[in-house]
Design a protein. Structure first.
Length: 160
C-alpha cells in the first residue's frame, strides 16, 4: 500500500511539472551608460595615452583595502604594481584606466544602487569612484581614488 501511494505521489508530481508551462528567462537588458561616462571615456581615448603611471587607492572590505599603490602601465597593460612597504597580494586587481572605465560601466549595466564618479578635468580618467551595489547590504561597497596620473615616455610606436 505504501509503494502504491509513493508511486501515485511521484506520478502526480511529474504530471504537474509537465503541465506547468516553462517561461523562458528573458535576456538581461543592458542599460546604456550615462552620457558623461561615454564622453569622458572618449576624451581619454582621444589622448592616446598607452604609457602612464598613477597612484591607486582601493577602499573596500577586501585585501589591500586603503593601501596606496603605484601602478605603471606600458602599451595599455600593467607593467608594475607596487606598494611602498609591503608585498602586494596576487588576488588584488591591477587596474589600468581602461579597466577602471570598464568597472564603472559594469556597475551601471548591473544596476548598482549608487554609482558616483568624479573625472579628472584635464586627462578625463575616473579620479574618484564610489559604487554601492545594494543599499540594504553592508560591506558590498567599493570605491577607489586615482591620482597623480603622469604620461610616461613611450617605449615605441603606439598600438591600437
Amino acid at each position: 500500500m505504501i509503494a502504491i501511494r509513493t508511486s501515485s505521489l511521484a506520478f502526480l508530481f511529474v504530471a504537474a511539472c509537465r503541465a506547468t508551462p516553462v517561461a523562458s528567462t528573458p535576456a538581461p537588458v543592458i542599460t546604456a551608460a550615462p552620457p558623461e561616462l561615454e564622453s569622458q571615456q572618449n576624451s581619454w581615448n582621444e589622448l592616446g595615452l598607452r604609457d602612464y603611471s598613477f597612484t591607486y587607492q582601493p577602499m573596500c572590505m577586501c585585501p589591500g583595502d586603503a593601501a596606496v599603490y603605484r601602478v605603471e602601465v606600458r602599451d595599455g597593460k600593467v607593467a608594475s604594481f607596487e606598494h611602498a612597504s609591503e608585498p602586494v597580494s596576487r588576488a588584488l586587481p591591477r587596474p589600468t584606466v581602461d579597466s577602471l572605465f570598464a568597472w564603472i560601466r559594469d556597475a551601471y549595466v548591473r544596476k548598482a544602487a549608487v554609482v558616483r564618479v568624479t573625472y579628472d578635468p584635464r586627462l578625463h580618467f575616473p579620479a574618484k569612484v564610489s559604487i554601492d551595489w545594494n543599499l540594504n547590504i553592508i560591506d558590498d561597497e567599493f570605491s577607489f581614488d586615482v591620482s597623480d596620473l603622469r604620461p610616461l615616455p613611450s617605449a615605441g610606436p603606439a598600438r591600437r
